[in-house]
Design a protein around this ligand. Structure first.
Ligand SMILES: [Zn+2]
Length: 350
């Protein structure tokens, strides 16, 4: 645990790591509570640099934390929804803590998973509306209530497992056990694949295998993959701009942090990708009108819109760059072009 005050440690510029000891003693002789880094021009308040109590207590990497890390990781993920507040509270003097970031990434992954499961459940509800008007069985109703995201119906699993276990040396107990095991496995994996479903055991019974279906349609996954390039590449592009390299001298570790927290943009983009793929006609490929040509890239366009706000918050509030809005716009635009290129390569149109 680090102490709240480090009165004697030599101070470094949080943005460029330049040693500020001389600057601080000059400022102290003048009685000035603030100073400017002679290397990168960052305006610093000496008290803030020395005090770790200014770390937001909800932040995953906070040095001023009282709550458990899992709680803070969830709070951090929620607060990314307000990017300007988020990047004002998170400061460059907070050291990177890989373990805290790993837990934060798990929270984001769980949120993305929840989005995908919700999408599949919603599609099932629409499919089932049609199907309920015919003859749903008790098994179907029970299965739909128990596993709303399952891609197979209860009756299919039931009839398939019982049918496959019937035979000349069939025993009632073997069949029941095999069916129960199949249902339990399908409950765990949400899915069931008739083509790759198990093997006959030597005893004449059938050993069923549940199988996790692909939660995302390949088209939704491809759209998300190309759109994700925008938030994940934009922070790193700051490093490539000659301006930020020569004048602001941003340490790459800050851009690494910005990239890692940019994963917060992926669950909303996934939601758009799932929605767009489900309503596939909305994103018709190859339509001759301008709207038709843009539609396949709707997830990328949403990513550019979200990332431009997100990057502006990073450049103005976190990196505190001069000309921050221009840097944010340039990085988002380049990342957007990379993403559109990736999407065009995949879908064959631009
Ligand atoms: Zn500096």
């Amino acid at each position: 645990m680090q102490s709240a005050h480090q009165p004697n440690a030599p101070l470094h510029c949080p943005r460029c790591a330049y040693l500020l000891a001389g600057t601080e003693s000059d400022a102290a002789s003048r009685g000035d509570p603030r100073g400017t880094c002679p290397e990168c021009g960052l305006d610093v308040a000496w008290a803030e640099l020395r005090d770790t109590r200014g770390d937001p207590p909800w932040f995953a990497e906070s040095r001023n934390a009282r709550r458990p890390l899992a709680w803070r990781a969830c709070a951090t993920a929620l607060r990314t929804m307000r990017p300007f507040r988020f990047w004002s509270a998170v400061t460059m003097q907070i050291p990177l803590r890989p373990r805290a970031i790993a837990v934060y990434l798990l929270v984001v992954a769980a949120a993305a998973h929840a989005v995908a499961v919700t999408g599949r459940t919603w599609m099932n509800i629409e499919r089932r509306q049609q199907w309920y008007s015919t003859t749903p069985t008790v098994a179907d109703h029970a299965w739909a209530a128990l596993m709303p995201a399952s891609i197979v119906w209860g009756e299919s699993i039931w009839s398939w497992t019982t049918r496959r276990n019937e035979g000349p040396d069939d025993r009632w107990t073997t069949r029941t056990v095999a069916t129960a095991v199949a249902l339990a496995e399908c409950a765990c994996t949400m899915g069931f694949d008739e083509n790759d479903m198990g093997k006959f055991t030597g005893a004449g019974g059938f050993q069923a295998r549940g199988r996790a279906p692909r939660l995302l349609d390949p088209a939704a996954a491809a759209r998300l993959a190309s759109a994700a390039v925008v938030p994940l590449a934009a922070p790193a592009l700051v490093l490539l701009l000659p301006f930020s390299m020569r004048r602001a001298r941003v340490r790459p570790v800050h851009l690494l942090r910005a990239t890692l927290y940019s994963t917060a943009l992926l669950p909303p983009l996934l939601a758009i990708a799932v929605w767009g793929t489900h309503h596939g006609h909305r994103f018709m490929l190859g339509a001759p009108t301008l709207r038709g040509r843009l539609e396949p890239h709707i997830v990328t366009l949403a990513a550019i819109a979200l990332a431009s706000v997100w990057m502006t918050a990073i450049c103005t509030r976190y990196l505190r760059l001069p000309n921050a809005i221009g840097v944010a716009a340039a990085c988002t635009a380049i990342a957007g072009l990379l993403s559109l290129g990736a999407a065009a390569t995949h879908f064959g149109v631009l």
